[in-house]
Ligand binder design. Structure first.
Ligand code: NA7
Length: 537
């Protein structure tokens, strides 16, 4: 069994950063990655049209000014292949590969209370012992696959957006179905529509989306960003979501309808996801939200020709951005094509799959390819898949039976020396995750350094601190509109999952203050011990 200082699970953006940062402290680190490639979700989500909906210059590492200067993004919103190339470049540039084990699916991690060390095992029986155990497994990495009657009898191909095969999928001349209209379904629809013979999009819930206004990055723009990169980063770190938009201190309700229209128009045409920040209270007040929702509905209406389809594609029944909206490139316009059909599952649910295709309560349709764009068991799915065993045989699954409990989103009582990156209880999916990843990993590195300096062996969240943090997370969520609808933010995406609000909605700046305060107070809310609590056990 190899002995390490730290073991990191997952070789996505978070895992690579953790490896690089902890290595810089002189630590012996290994990263275990289940897949045969690095890149995390960006390795898996290679479906047509996949791209990030945070601007490339912000959705990138900030820790190395040299890296910032030498990497040239080609588009405002990078495509999946470009992001994957960036990740590979980072791995090569910082010589990360030698400490990454691919094809190593962690199945179990057990805390040795006497030694204050984790023993981590993979499915194929390999084992490592490490003082620190870092879960960097992503929040949207455990795919959700529907199981319709007759599914196995379907003779065509079934694909999932989040487990996209590396081989080329030929859509030309094919009849294709997409089930699901979240970001993945919305991104792939216009691209597949241009290639396939016929495309049917099965929609359960009409989703809000604003246009990406994507464009190539000119040399001039690239130079300008790079000349002011530090200022841009500062702005992102100090913005509520890490997206860099200066918060508008005005309420949507305190301006005239004409002025609001102007502001919305400008934001809609340029800001992408940042449209939700056009006024500070869009996610806090229903009447304020109604103004934004109405504006976006109207815009959707202008993008769709057929009145019947327009009505079905218009989101109703949930506030704008209370479920994750999309940032699309021609989604709604795709339904103006002759070869694209919308099948509303609210009108006619799917009854079964047949050998030839899908039968709904209305009719049967034949398909060559069916794509599940049905999303993920978000936040906790991948964390809870392996057996994580803390003190006294307690598993994380048991501890989180009624929902995730953390101190500051990073530590868990009874699971000492374990850190969760961008998991529940942290800004996570409500933020530009690159900002969140870097701030949490920097915090962990500082903690480990402080422990080294003092010769400490164990850190552990305190139960009372966890209770206070969970209460705070809920209190902040109650100020928002997130709780007024079902979404993966509150566990509604998987039946039987605890219905609790998962991310921290207080913003990355506010969150960083908590992390900073915790460190300045000698890691308040955590016990730091020279000897393991159960040294004699
Ligand atoms: P999402 O956003 O979770 O969307 C999943 C979509 O699939 C959504 O429209 C769901 O409808 C639909 N869905 C899920 N299960 C079913 C079944 N059984 N039948 C029909 N439709 C279903 O996942 P994405 O992959 O699109 O995006 C994930 C994130 O990636 C996104 O939020 C960004 O952060 C980037 P529902 O709304 O539940 O009715």
């Amino acid at each position: 069994m190899e002995t390490l200082d730290a073991i990191v699970i997952g070789a996505g953006f978070a895992g690579l950063r953790a490896l690089h940062r902890l290595r810089s402290l002189g630590k012996r680190v290994r990263v275990l990655e289940a897949y045969d490639d690095i890149g995390g979700v960006w390795a898996h989500n290679g479906y047509p049209g996949a791209r990030c909906d945070v601007e490339s210059y912000d959705y990138s590492y900030s820790f190395s000014p040299e890296l910032e200067q030498e990497w040239r993004w080609s588009e405002r919103y990078a495509t999946q292949p470009e992001i994957l190339r960036y990740i590979h470049h980072v791995a090569d540039r910082f010589d990360l590969r030698k400490d990454i084990l691919l094809g190593a699916r962690m199945s179990k991690a057990v805390y040795d209370e006497a030694a204050a060390r984790w023993t981590v095992s993979t499915e194929d029986g390999r084992q490592w012992s490490a003082r620190y155990f870092v879960m960097a497994v992503g929040q949207l990495s455990s795919t959700k696959r529907p199981d319709y009657p007759g599914q196995s009898s379907f003779r065509g191909e079934i694909l999932h957006s989040g487990e996209w095969p590396k081989r080329e999928i030929a859509f030309a001349g094919k009849r294709v179905a997409i089930i699901g209209t979240g970001s993945s379904g919305m991104q792939m629809t216009p691209v597949i529509a241009r290639q396939a013979k016929h495309l049917t999009v099965f929609q359960r819930t009409a989703n809000f989306s604003v246009p990406a206004a994507n464009a190539p990055v000119s040399d001039d723009e690239d130079r300008q960003v790079k000349a002011n990169y530090r200022a841009r980063r500062e702005q992102a770190w100090n913005s509520p979501t890490g997206l860099g938009f200066k918060p508008n201190r005005q309420s949507a309700l305190e301006v005239s309808p004409e002025e609001r229209e102007k502001v919305y128009e400008a934001a809609y045409n340029r800001w992408g996801f940042g449209f939700a920040l056009a006024y500070y209270d869009i996610l806090l007040s229903k009447p304020a939200n109604d103004t934004a929702a109405e504006f976006v509905r109207r815009k959707i209406g202008e993008r769709v020709n057929d009145p019947g389809i327009r009505e079905k594609l218009t989101p109703v029944g949930h506030p704008f951005a209370a479920r994750r909206p999309s940032v699309d490139s021609g989604y709604f316009e795709a339904f103006n094509r002759d070869n694209v059909e919308l099948a509303d599952l609210k009108d006619f649910p799917i009854v079964e799959f047949t050998a030839q295709g899908i039968r709904t309560e209305e009719k049967s349709r034949d398909f060559d390819i069916v794509i599940f764009a049905t999303g993920f068991d978000a936040f906790t799915g991948s964390i809870l898949k392996p057996a994580i065993v803390g003190r006294g045989g307690l598993t994380l699954k048991q501890k989180w039976a009624d929902g995730p409990i953390t101190q500051l989103g990073v530590g868990v009582a009874d699971f000492p020396n374990m850190l969760i990156v961008v998991g529940p209880g942290s800004p996570s999916l409500l933020s530009n995750v690159m900002v969140s990843i870097e701030e949490q990993i920097d915090w962990l590195a500082d903690l480990i350094k402080a422990m080294d300096d003092k010769g400490l062996a164990e850190f552990e969240a305190l139960p009372e601190a966890e209770r206070a943090w969970v209460a705070h997370v809920n209190e902040r969520a109650r100020e928002t509109l997130y709780l007024t609808t079902n979404s993966y933010y509150n566990g509604a995406e998987v039946s039987g999952k605890p219905r609790v609000f998962m991310p921290y909605s207080g913003g990355v700046r506010g969150y960083r203050r908590f992390l900073k305060q915790c460190a300045e107070e000698g890691y308040s809310g955590f016990a730091l011990r020279a000897q393991p609590l159960r040294a004699g056990a």
